[in-house]
Design a protein around this ligand. Structure first.
Ligand code: PRP
Length: 183
């Protein structure tokens, strides 16, 4: 795609903004129940989880804090490079904390496997993963997550934090790109 031309055209919507909102509310309530009486730290994984983390954090409505880390596995292409890089670290210690990692999508599973390894060395009291979208068919690394929003087929999706070439993170629905747009 010629970057001077801006984003490619969108294809069909696969998850509407209403469906996203309902599911995020449900996930927030489940976390609220599971963490009653505790003070968890939500950690959004930038950049994709920015929107989901902000909504989930409010939906859970717990006495909790929010931090972010930056991790990247896509070099700007539609397929992961297989190499996970930490691009920004947490701003605080997680030692002794109940940590909930918030991710927008699991694809190969490498990012979550990396985060689990990395964060376990920092001795949190507990470590849970909440993921909005699970592209089950693409898994290369066995990972377990605690909360999942939607299982989706192997299609490249954008919106609600997910991008293509940096665009569409601000789209409220989750949609596929028009296949002709990436030609
Ligand atoms: C995406 C997504 C996950 C990761 C999942 O991040 O946000 O972090 O890929 O893929 P995996 O299961 O194959 O590891 P991306 O590298 O696109 O960065 P971004 O969040 O800044 O868009």
């Amino acid at each position: 795609m010629d970057r001077r031309e801006g984003p490619g055209r969108l294809g069909r919507v696969v998850i509407t903004r209403q469906e996203v909102a309902t599911r995020v509310t449900d996930l927030g309530l489940a976390i609220r129940r599971d963490y009653a009486g505790r003070f968890p730290l939500f950690v959004g994984v930038l950049k994709g989880a920015l929107v989901f983390a902000a909504d989930l954090f409010r939906a859970a409505a717990l006495p909790s804090s929010l931090d972010f880390m930056g991790v990247s596995s896509y070099g700007g292409d539609a397929r992961p490079s297989g190499i996970v890089r930490l691009t920004a670290d947490l701003s605080m210690s997680i030692e002794g904390r109940d940590v909930i990692i918030v991710e927008d999508i699991i694809d190969t599973g490498r990012t979550i496997a990396y985060l689990r390894r990395n964060l376990a060395t920092r001795h949190p009291r507990s470590l849970a993963f909440c993921v909005l979208l699970d592209k089950v068919a693409r898994r290369e690394v066995e990972v377990t997550v605690d909360y999942v929003g939607f299982a989706i087929p192997d299609e490249f999706v954008v919106g609600y934090g997910l991008d293509h070439d940096g665009y569409y993170r601000n789209l409220r629905d989750v949609a596929v790109l028009d296949p002709s747009a990436s030609a």
